[in-house]
Design a protein. Structure first.
Length: 94
């Protein structure tokens, strides 16, 4: 796997795991007691900002998961645009 693919997986997993735990960016920031800002976490999730090994470890600890979970790709999941498109198709058939 290429470095870019690994980084894409990390960025996607950061958001997927946060959302799967029902947390907002602000809630994670509060849980971190100021160690990770909501803005920084959002930037890590989008891949707009480099993330240090220390931050990766802190985030894994905040989510109470092994750090390897952040690098484990999930099966293809539907994105919000996919879901909106599917909903539109369903309602247009009624």
């Amino acid at each position: 796997m290429s470095i870019d693919t690994e980084l894409d997986t990390l960025h996607n997993r950061l958001r997927q795991i946060r959302e799967s735990q029902g947390l907002t960016l602000q809630q994670v920031s509060a849980r971190s007691q100021g160690q990770i800002s909501a803005i920084a976490l959002g930037s890590y999730e989008r891949g707009d900002r480099s993330i240090s090994a220390r931050k990766i470890l802190q985030i894994a600890q905040l989510y109470n998961i092994p750090v390897t979970e952040l690098f484990t790709p999930t099966e293809k999941t539907l994105t919000h645009p996919d879901l909106a498109h599917i909903a539109k198709l369903i309602t247009s058939r009624k």
